[in-house]
Every structure is written in C-alpha cells, then in structure tokens.
Design a binder for this molecule. Structure first.
Ligand code: FAD
Length: 419
C-alpha cells in the first residue's frame, strides 16, 4: 500500500474540488476515498439544472457540474479508490479503510480532509403519529428512484417539509405524471431557496401550507392519506384544524444532517448548531491536520459554495503538509451568532494564521424584511450591509478584513439590526 500525504474522505463535489486544488498547491500524493461506485456524490441524482451559476456562469445539471471536477481530478495524478469505505478515523490521523480487493487496511497520512457530505433526516426522527404503511420516502430516496433507477414511487403525493430537495421533488414528480397535492411546512417560512419556491411550486400551482404538519398517516399496507393540521407558535398541533388529504405517497424533506460519525470517533469537536466540526477560519478542526469542507461541515444551499470552501480547505491542508502552517493556537478569537443569526462558520479565527480577508458564512433564524447585517469586534462595528429581505433558506456571506480586527479582540459577533 502506498503512503499518502493527504487522504480526502468522500468523492462528492467537496472531495473532488479539494483534491484538484491540493494537487495544484503542490501536494502530489493524494488519495480520494469514495464508498460509492462512482464519483460526484449526491449530484449524480440531481438531474435538474441550476448548478454552477456562481462558479461557471452557466446553468448546469448536477452530474454535469460534478463531471467538470471529475475531469480535472482525472487529468492529474490523483489516486482515487472507489467502492472503498472509511470505517474509522483516529486522533493520530490514521484512517481504517475497507474494500473488496484489499479487505481492511490502514493509511496514516500527514493530513486529512473530511468531505463526507450529509444525509437526510428520517421519519423516525419526526415521531409522526399513525401506522407504518409503505409509501413514505425521504425526498432524496424518491429522487434516486425517479432519476437514477427509473421508478415512480407514487401517483398522489403529499410532501412534508419545504427544504430544497422537497421543492425540487414536487416539480420532478409533477413532470413525471404524479399529482402533488401540496407541500406542508411546520415553520411559518420555507427552509428552501426562493428561486425553488417560484420555479418548483408556483410555476406548477402546487400549494405550500405554512405552519402546517402531518398529524397522522392513514393506511395499512400502503399510504391512503394524511391528516394535515395547523400548528401554533410552539409548533404544537392546534386541535380542530385537522384536514384529511387523500394520497398514496408521502415524501419527507425535513432537513439534512452532516455525516459526522467518523468525526466524532476521532474526538473532533462538533458545533451544536451546524452539527459539523468546529473549525477555524483555515477550516482546521480541533484535531491538528484534519480539515473539513462541504456539507459535512454545514449544510450549503448551493454547490458552488461547496467547491469554493473545499478549495480553501485544500490550500490550508497543503500548507500544513508543507510545514508552512504555523500556529501556537494562542490567539483564538471566537466568532459567535448574535441577534437573528442561527450559526456562523468559521466558529473562531486563528488570528496568527488569518489571511488578509476571510468570508464569514451564516444563516438567519427567521424571515426578516429590511435589516442590517453587522459584524462586531467586541463593541465595535467593523462590517455592515443592508438587505431588503433575509430568509433561513439562503446562506449569507460577509467579508471580514484582518486589518479591522484588533489582535486583543475577545469576540466577533455576527448579528442583525433594525434599520
Ligand atoms: C438527497 C439530496 C439531494 C440534494 N439535492 C440538491 C439539489 O437539488 N440542489 C443543490 O444545490 N443541492 C442539493 N443537495 C445538496 C448537495 O448535497 C450539495 O450541494 C453537495 O452535493 C455537497 O457536496 P459534498 O461533497 O459535501 O457532499 P456529497 O455530494 O454528499 O458527497 C459526499 C460523498 O462522500 C462519500 N462518503 C461519505 N462517507 C464516506 C465514507 N465513510 N467513506 C467513503 N466515502 C464516504 C459519499 O458516498 C458521497 O459520495 C442535495 C443533498 C441531498 C442529501
């Protein structure tokens, strides 16, 4: 078995962008590990367009976007192991892998990039009352059945959750001949992108009911219908609001969870809000030499930002491998979410290593009309930008300049303010 300088776990858009960038930064000894039999991650089943607008100024389908990076990786001397799963990551950065050809084997690279993506929150996490008939799918499973396997999972559909995958599947199921009765969203706002609400629901006259949930599923062998109820501000079902909607299929689009079992095994600190690793502005986790990027770090709205973030992790990993990444870790400045903000990424600045400017990513925790986005270094406002509307479905980005931050700063706070 070859020795590797850099092991990248996951061959989705994050892993591929990281591999290409790390190679271009002078790391030649790279291994990408992918458990699937193809590269590209979840984009392989996203056959709709809308990918790459930021990066390539073109509207690509998911597989087309992935293919651009697969080509780039293939053109370089990057080792890729498919049908290979990483079973364990240890604190000393050793990785335990398994595949059919080699059985179980171990590699101890100089650096690791975590790029394992995320998975969907299942029905079990929701405690939906009712029986357990066939016909309940996660939206991503239905997406794979329709777009890759060529099956239509049902003909009369109710979708729970207005995250992007649910919205995309409302349109897909309609185009494939199914009737989508409605999308029910427990929150008073959607977790999806505005453009997806317009293009996937409004354009097809699919109703979206806010503050509504499934309070019961009816059916013995197959779903026969669902009970939809209104919820109050505490998300509790309001008695007497129940309505029965006949359907044979329920699709769940109720959130994504970063795949961080390996991360936790390596005792890497996890952020309670993002459910991804707690990282510095260099995207280094709490274990020296282990970096993270893409959906495993925090759930992204656009894959273009996944690629950009992964390249940033690759630049940091390359510096670490070449011994150019010097930190005493003594000047850590916390980056925290203030009023109206649900999380920030990164969670802290490694001031000594910080670039002249960095991008802070965050999401707001509600829909807000006309607010000022502000970043404070302790009590001093160092960045501000007005926005006409803010919604949790869209990731926000603000540039932070090192020259604006005093080295003695204790805390950076990102918050919303009234205009
Ligand atoms: C079901 C679903 C549908 C989506 N649809 C859209 C959409 O329509 N539009 C959009 O913009 N975004 C969509 N997204 C978001 C999309 O996932 C991201 O934009 C992007 O694909 C994230 O890239 P990634 O590389 O971080 O993760 P992924 O694309 O998920 O890639 C992660 C890769 O890591 C591999 N992996 C994980 N664990 C291991 C392990 N232990 N060993 C080896 N390999 C491992 C996985 O097999 C996978 O190939 C969707 C996400 C999901 C889950």
């Amino acid at each position: 078995m070859r020795e590797y300088d850099l092991v990248i776990i996951g061959g989705g858009p994050a892993g591929l962008s990281a591999a290409v960038k790390a190679y271009d930064e002078g790391v030649e000894n790279i291994l990408v590990v992918e458990r699937d039999d193809k590269l590209g991650g979840i984009l392989n089943q996203c056959i709709h367009n809308g990918f790459g607008l930021q990066r390539f100024k073109e509207e690509l389908a998911g597989p087309e976007y992935a293919q651009r990076f697969i080509k780039e990786a293939m053109a370089r001397d990057i080792d890729i192991m498919m049908n290979t799963i990483v079973l364990e990551l240890r604190e000393d950065k050793s990785v335990l892998l398994m595949n059919e050809e080699n059985g179980m084997f171990e590699i101890k690279p100089k650096a690791v990039i975590l790029a394992m993506g995320c998975r969907e929150r299942p029905r079990g996490a929701l405690n939906t009352p009712g029986s357990r008939p066939a016909g309940v799918y996660s939206a991503g499973t239905a997406q794979k059945l329709v777009n890759i396997d060529g099956y239509l999972p049902g003909k009369k559909v109710v979708i729970l959750g207005s995250g992007d995958i649910g919205l995309i599947m409302a349109r897909r199921m309609t185009l494939e001949g199914a009737k989508v009765e409605c999308v029910a969203e427990i929150m008073p706002f959607s977790g999806g992108l505005k453009r997806n609400i317009v293009q996937c629901l409004h354009d097809y006259d699919i109703p979206l009911h806010y503050s509504t949930t499934i309070s019961g599923i009816k059916g013995t062998d197959r779903v026969e219908g669902v009970y939809l109820s209104k919820v109050d501000e505490n998300m509790k079902v309001i008695e007497g609001t129940e309505k029965f909607v006949e359907c044979d299929t329920v699709l769940l689009s109720v959130g994504l969870l970063p795949e961080n079992e390996l991360t936790q095994e390596a005792n890497i600190k996890i952020d309670r809000k993002t459910k991804g690793a707690y990282v510095s502005d260099k995207l280094m986790t709490s274990v020296d030499g282990v970096f993270a990027a893409g959906n495993v770090l925090h759930v992204h709205d656009l894959v273009d930002f996944v690629s950009e973030e992964s390249e940033q992790a690759a630049v940091s990993a390359a510096k670490y491998i070449k011994g150019e990444f010097k930190t005493t870790g003594e000047n850590k400045i916390d980056v925290t979410a203030g009023d109206g903000v649900s999380y920030t990424m990164p969670q802290y600045l490694d001031y000594e290593n910080m670039d002249d400017s960095i991008i802070v990513k965050f999401r707001v925790n509600n829909v807000y009309p006309s607010r000022k986005l502000a970043i404070y270094a302790d009590d001093k406002c160092i960045v501000e930008r007005k926005k006409r509307v803010l919604a949790p479905g869209e990731m926000e980005l603000l540039r932070l300049k090192k020259e604006d931050i005093d080295p003695d700063t204790k805390q950076i706070t990102v918050k919303l303010e009234e205009i």
